[in-house]
Design a protein around this ligand. Structure first.
Ligand code: B3K
Ligand code: ZN
Length: 885
């Protein structure tokens, strides 16, 4: 295992590989503690590389058993081999075959990278650099090879044997109880997309016929007995395959597509060619065990991994600096898919909430980095919200800027020209420059400059002339290593409303807006400042900026309560109707938080509940949307709004008080809505039914905040009667807010009902970990001893410890430092087991510098305790040192 700070890898140092590997023949004999891997590599010097240099293959924790060059045992003097690498000192100048046998121990592999055991199955995870834990290789994404894989195992140990590509051959080894399968993947791929699975798994099967009439055999493999829970994933897969044909013209390209669900997995899922491996959380669903949110998550992740087949696999990344080339683009594609499957407006709001909660927070702290970074020490730490979510926003802006048609032409060009290559962001952007006939050099700054730009808006209304003057200015905060920022290209979708809510035509004065901008209701801000003037106005209009959240920026615009109320009721852009409700609440909360810190009572303004009452009156027209409006900005959102010297305790008090006031003021309407939305029909996970449940549960939550006793009575009844997990968990989360015997009883009953089901028990862990009351930390410590908890399983760690660190701002940031110390201690313990998950957990400290001084000191001490631990993994050492820098 590597330790402490690794040498940084720099984009500027990129060099093409000196050798290429055309084909890989793997022969893997599975055994629990001693799996044998024979790898036969057809290697040749890269005509573009340096001639005659030694061949250096990556390795990690490997034991080399046999080394053969062109059929002859390799002399000791001709090579160097260690667990971490293999060097062939003088490689032949013409193509040669290198055969390497390694032995690996999947059972001892707790890092869950390379080949490991999950439950009773063998599985692999190779992205980013896990293949080198299976065999010595040029483990970099720009080495593309055709793989043929033979897997052999005891039939009793692994009846199912899967790898990438198409099945070629299978059979029994005469006279033994062993069998084998051979898979061949005709598409050249980088090693990070290699996968292999062996085990005794249950499965469901289906067929998909592609647009051009080819039949594809689909299979989903799960723990035996859970087959029934895989049907929604299969349905989502078929819808994804069809959608990629219609939305992007992309057809599937193998005879089979398999998905395997495992219960030990470092992240959500992995897009290995033709053999996606999934965290079972994103495959398994039944009404009794999965919430509406889980169903939506499965749909998205299934789609995301499938879409990688073209954006990631057929066209891959030249190096890991280009990660957003596949991730940002694929997130954009899965967002579009979900928007087409469900309500576009509701999806957009949900996606922006995630972006702000995760990416804006990351961008504002010490872990901020470019969408296309130019240096890293540990690439696994760059699978971040910036690469994924901001990466997707950048693509969305590109589409807005050049228009739908040019965007589609650019994508088509990209697939046509780059298919089968490992490429870069520059090449990607050049496709759109060609398709749209415009220069994107300035737009590319979104990839090269970190930080969330702020858009300042100053308004001035000239009554006499009936003109509105708008002054726009963009600024961008300093981020690690970047003090100076050049202006971004910011597309601002924009409109004006009358005080009665009517949409007003845009009448730019003196051609201050181009015709195209005026027609599209779009201001393109590509300088630091821009002034605009709109005329023909009989009264001061209400302004609506950033419709649909047209750019990932923070908006700083003046708007009074009356204007926000007009926007909430009438803005034709539903995103901005929702945004106005949030801005209203943020304004009240900021006053309240400042007051609480100076010893005053929480602040409230009845204008807010009047505006919210109107939303409730129309709630049934779009229940999912109304549910989002009823959910107040979260405590982490408020911490971001406060920005510096944050006191999470005061934020909690202010938010609870606002919620209670609102719940009380709207009590009757909430209650009647709650009763009206009761649904006695059988559960269906579709968006409309899920929307009604989310509104009903949001109404219950808000009602209970203002009417605790009566609310808890309703929640008790719902908890007892609920036939689906969405309603059950919503009721339990209301009950969990009041410490005492009723809560304990409900939690116990929940555990008893679902103790067989690890994924449901994860919800039980998470709910308890997120309670803001003072007893939570002790309770978590006790739960870590619970038989259902295991520090070796990433889902358990994320649901108990991760939920505490990321979802319990009050107790994680407790004034005595106990939350920080606990998470730091757990990171240290976990680091020895699974460094990747430990490093991810440590990133929960990303906002520590914006805390008030006393807490900041305590967070600093906790971070230092991690950084000073001897023998830390490269993963955790990297996060610790960047957090402290
Ligand atoms: N590409 C994988 C993530 C791999 C993470 C490696 N640490 C899943 C995805 O984004 O689709
Ligand atoms: Zn991805």
């Amino acid at each position: 295992m590597r330790t402490d700070l690794a040498q940084p890898v720099r984009l500027a140092d990129y060099r093409v590989p000196d050798y290429l590997i055309d084909t890989v023949d793997l022969d893997v004999s599975l055994a629990r503690t001693a799996t044998r891997v024979v790898s036969r590599l057809a290697i040749r010097p890269n005509p573009l590389g340096r001639p005659g240099v030694p061949l250096v293959l990556d390795g990690e924790d490997l034991v080399a058993k046999r080394l053969v060059l062109d059929g002859k045992k390799l002399a000791a003097s001709a090579h160097r081999v260690t667990p971490d690498g293999f060097t062939l000192l003088k490689p032949p100048e013409t193509p040669f075959v290198l055969e390497i046998e390694t032995e690996i121990d999947p059972t001892a592999n707790l890092r869950l990278m390379g080949l490991y055991r999950s439950g009773s199955a063998y599985c692999t995870q190779c992205e980013a650099e896990g293949f080198r834990r299976i065999t010595y290789f040029l483990d970099r994404p720009d080495v593309l090879s055709v793989y043929t894989v033979r897997i052999e195992a005891d039939r009793a140990d692994a009846a199912i044997l899967l790898s990438n590509g198409n099945p070629r051959k299978a059979g029994t080894i005469a006279g033994t109880d062993r069998h084998f399968a051979v898979w061949h993947d005709p598409h050249p791929k980088p090693s990070y997309l290699f996968a292999l699975v062996g085990g005794n798994l249950g499965s469901i099967h289906d067929t998909f016929t592609t647009e051009s009439g080819r039949a594809v055999a689909l299979g989903i493999y799960v723990e035996p007995g859970k087959e029934d829970r895989a049907h929604y994933a299969m349905d989502a897969l078929k819808r994804s395959m069809r959608w990629d044909e219609t939305a992007f013209g992309r057809e599937y390209d193998l005879d089979v597509f398999n998905i395997v669900a495992v219960s030990d997995f470092n992240m959500g899922a992995m897009e290995n060619k033709g053999l996606n491996v999934f965290n079972d959380k994103y495959v398994l669903a039944s009404p009794e065990t999965a919430t509406d949110g889980d169903y939506a998550g499965i749909e998205t992740v299934i789609a995301h991994e499938y879409f990688h087949n073209w954006t990631g696999n057929r066209v891959t990344c030249r190096d890991w600096f280009q990660l957003c080339l596949k991730e940002g683009l694929t997130v954009f594609r899965d967002h579009e898919f979900s928007a087409d499957m469900r309500s576009r407006a509701v999806r957009r709001i949900a996606d922006v909430r995630t972006l702000r909660a995760q990416q804006f927070a990351e961008d504002a702290g010490p872990l901020a980095h470019n969408v296309r970074p130019d240096t890293y020490r540990e690439i696994n730490n760059f699978y971040t919200a910036t690469i994924y979510e901001k990466g997707a926003e950048v693509i969305r802006m590109l589409k807005v800027l050049i228009g739908d048609d040019a965007f589609r032409r650019g994508m088509d060009l990209y697939f046509e020209r780059c298919d089968g290559t490992a490429t870069t962001i520059e090449v990607f952007l050049s496709m759109f420059e060609e398709a749209a006939g415009r220069d994107l050099a300035q737009f590319a700054r979104w990839y090269h400059q970190a930080g969330t730009p702020k858009l300042h808006v100053i308004l001035d209304f000239d009554d006499a002339k009936g003109e509105l003057l708008i002054e726009l200015e963009q600024t961008c905060p300093v981020t690690p290593g970047q003090n100076h920022k050049e202006p971004f290209v910011v597309p601002i979708a924009f409109g004006l409303l009358g005080s009665d809510g009517s949409a007003l035509p845009l009448q730019p004065v003196d051609g201050c807006l181009s015709e195209d901008e005026a027609a599209r209701g779009l201001i393109i801000l590509d300088e630091r400042r821009r002034a605009l003037r709109f005329g023909g106005l009989t009264e001061r209009p209400v302004t609506s900026f950033l419709r649909g959240f047209s750019a990932p920026v923070r908006l700083d615009a003046e708007a009074d309560d009356e204007q926000l109320a007009v926007q909430m009721a009438f803005d034709p852009d539903s995103f901005n109707r929702w945004q106005a409700s949030q801005t209203f609440a943020v304004g009240l909360l900021l006053v309240s938080i400042a007051g609480i810190r100076s010893g005053r009572a929480p602040y409230y303004d009845a204008a807010y509940d009047q505006a919210m009452q109107k939303v409730l009156d129309d709630a049934e027209q779009d229940p999912a949307f109304a549910a989002l409006v009823l959910s107040l900005p979260g405590e982490a959102d408020m911490a971001r709004e406060v920005g510096h010297d944050v006191d999470p305790g005061a934020i909690h008090v202010a938010r609870e008080a606002l919620k209670a006031k609102l719940g009380e003021a709207l009590g009757d309407s909430l209650l009647s809505l709650y009763h009206k939305l009761e649904d006695k029909t059988p559960y269906s996970p579709d968006a409309a039914a899920a929307g009604r449940r989310s509104l009903r549960n949001a109404a219950l939550d808000l009602y209970a905040a203002g009417n605790r006793l009566k609310g808890n009575v309703l929640a008790q009844a719902q908890f007892a009667a609920a036939a689906n997990m969405t309603d059950k968990l919503a009721a339990l989360s209301v009950l969990a807010q009041t410490p005492g015997t009723a809560r304990d009883k409900a939690l116990k009953a929940f555990y008893e009902s679902y103790k067989q089901d690890a994924l449901v028990i994860d919800k039980w862990f998470a709910l308890q970990a997120m309670q803001p009351d003072a007893g939570t930390l002790d309770h978590i410590r006790a739960l870590m001893e619970h038989p259902a908890f295991s520090i070796k399983n990433p889902n358990r760690v994320r649901s108990l410890i991760g939920a505490f660190a990321a979802g319990n701002p009050t107790q994680f940031n407790a004034a005595d430092g106990s939350g920080f110390a606990f998470v730091a201690q757990t990171v240290i313990e976990l680091d020895r087991i699974n460094a990747q998950v430990a490093a991810r957990l440590l990133a929960a400290f990303k906002s520590w510098r914006s805390l008030e001084p006393a807490r900041r000191d305590l967070a600093l001490q906790a971070l230092q305790s991690v950084a000073n631990t001897p023998g830390l993994s490269a993963d955790t050492a990297d996060i610790a040192s960047r957090s402290l820098a």
